[in-house]
Design a protein around this ligand. Structure first.
Ligand code: MN
Length: 485
């Protein structure tokens, strides 16, 4: 049971000057509005409002979001209206509640309605990204109480969590939220697989725990010897759903999942991150090709850390992740951490992180057919992203299995249209070669104006490339003024 005092105490921890009166008022309003109604779990409805708001305090969010979290189900489930909320709480909080109400529930009832619901969701997110944070907090409590829901509905909610909300959390850089959502939904979507993986993980943990403790002590000793101050050294155990996905790629063999337990080292600054890496490599030999510098080259969702996998004591393979505190918080809470900054910084950071949502809305204006729209969204948002580099080191963020042609069109229309060949990591590669994260791609172009090859349409992955190729093919040959983006 969560009480309003739990919420206020939590807010006080990270924001002592917060206006608690607003939170108390929102609580009072919501408990009157929902009075007498129960959840299927038998709890008072207000418990759900409190749980949602409490989840938001874990993200250290500000008062308007917490208040909106308390009020989020009022217009939909009670006789109180948005207008009444507006009178009492003003514009900002009301807009957030309105956003959540508009989202409603995504329903898999027919593709057309589903596409329409998704579209609404992205519009609400584009207007105010905080809406989706409230949705995550709300969804988390719904998942925690999912056992009281009808089985068919249960599966739908869980599946939607895996397919839609978790990938969105991931794109917003919220690793912790993504992981929690996935693990809460996992047993309802894949019950057998869940039982299987849980057993494997428990068995493996028993064997590995002592070993990783030893490695942890060794690392701590080295850090002290080298006079590097650290905030934490701890073993992080891979979450079950993420382990499940990984083990399927590794012949279902847990011994081939090197990061089942990774040792996480959190230090004070970037320079220390690299020093730690050096110390580790001096002591233990790294595995070839497994050193990843996500500090110099962050992931598309801005994740930063150094990763390395080494042959540690007795030749056992261990993954280590090294980061500073800011990177750690960003990796866990992503966009939610922006609310800790000044307004101007927050706005800029949020804007940078949500460009893809604006692009999606643009896309939807162009793509009228809802089936096509859905398949594009699936590729652009819900598929794994890779990041590849231009020869100058710029990062291009693409969906998995993208090809050099996709890459070329993402740089510039003309580069795509004039593409004649590609070098991947300085070697000639076919134009339909699937790119991998970290590849450096150089596009060879012809000096002459040329048209894209119609065959490219058979293997490209991105909507951007498809639209541009089609446009170029439509242009008459004698058109002397090339169109670019
Ligand atoms: Mn709710």
């Amino acid at each position: 049971m969560i009480s309003i005092d739990d919420i206020i105490n939590k807010v006080r921890e990270y924001d002592p000057d917060a206006n608690m009166k607003i939170i108390k008022d929102a609580y009072e309003f919501t408990s009157i509005a929902h009075a007498g109604t129960k959840r299927l779990s038998g709890e008072d409805y207000t418990q759900h409002s409190l749980a949602t708001a409490f989840n938001l305090t874990k993200l250290r969010l500000d008062v308007p979001i917490i208040a909106a979290g308390l009020l989020h189900d009022v217009p939909e489930d009670t006789s109180y209206t948005l207008e009444e909320i507006r009178k009492k709480f003003g514009k900002e909080i009301t807009k957030l509640v309105e956003g959540i109400t508009k989202l409603g529930t995504l329903k898999y009832r027919g593709f057309e309605r589903y596409a329409e619901n998704l579209r609404k969701m992205f519009m609400a997110m584009a207007e105010d990204i905080r809406v989706i944070l409230i949705k995550f907090a709300d969804r988390m409590h719904n998942l925690e109480t999912l056992e009281y829901i009808r089985p068919d509905k249960r599966r739908r909610i869980a599946l939607e969590t895996l397919e839609i909300y978790a990938p969105i959390a991931n794109r917003l850089g919220m690793g912790e939220i993504k992981g929690q959502l996935e693990d809460l939904a996992f047993p309802y979507v894949y019950p057998k697989e869940y039982t299987w993986i849980k057993k494997i993980a428990e068995g493996k943990l028993k064997i590995e725990k002592k070993y990783i403790e030893k490695i942890k002590k060794t690392v701590e000793k080295m850090l002290i010897q080298e006079k590097i101050e650290y905030l934490s050294v701890h073993g992080r155990i891979k979450r079950l759903y993420s382990l499940y996905k990984k083990i399927l790629q590794r012949d279902r063999d847990i011994d081939k999942v090197y990061d089942f337990i990774a040792l996480r080292i959190i230090v004070k600054n970037i320079a220390d991150c690299y020093r730690v890496l050096g110390i580790i490599h001096k002591k233990w030999t790294p595995l070839k090709g497994r050193i990843k510098d996500y500090i110099a080259q962050p992931k598309p969702n801005r994740y930063q850390s150094l990763h390395t996998t080494v042959f540690a004591e007795r030749g056992k393979i261990v993954e280590l992740q090294i980061r500073d505190l800011q990177m750690h918080q960003l990796a866990e809470y992503g966009i939610a951490t922006h609310w800790r900054y000044k307004e101007a910084d927050r706005k800029r950071m949020t804007k940078e992180r949500t460009v893809w949502i604006k692009n999606l809305l643009e896309l939807q204006k162009k793509v009228q057919d809802y089936k096509k729209y859905l398949s594009e969204i699936k590729i652009d948002v819900f598929q794994n992203r890779i990041f590849v580099f231009t020869p100058k080191g710029d990062v291009i963020d693409l969906p998995e299995h993208s090809t050099p042609i996709d890459f070329a069109y993402h740089i510039h229309t003309d580069i795509g249209n004039k593409c004649t060949g590609a070098l991947i990591n300085e070697e000639i590669a076919p134009l339909d070669a699937p790119l991998k994260s970290g590849d450096v791609v150089e596009i060879l172009t012809s000096k002459n104006r040329q048209k894209p090859n119609v065959d490219w349409l058979n293997f490209i992955r991105t909507n951007v490339a498809r639209e541009k190729i089609k446009n170029a093919l439509k242009e008459p040959e004698d058109n002397k003024t090339p169109k670019s983006t």
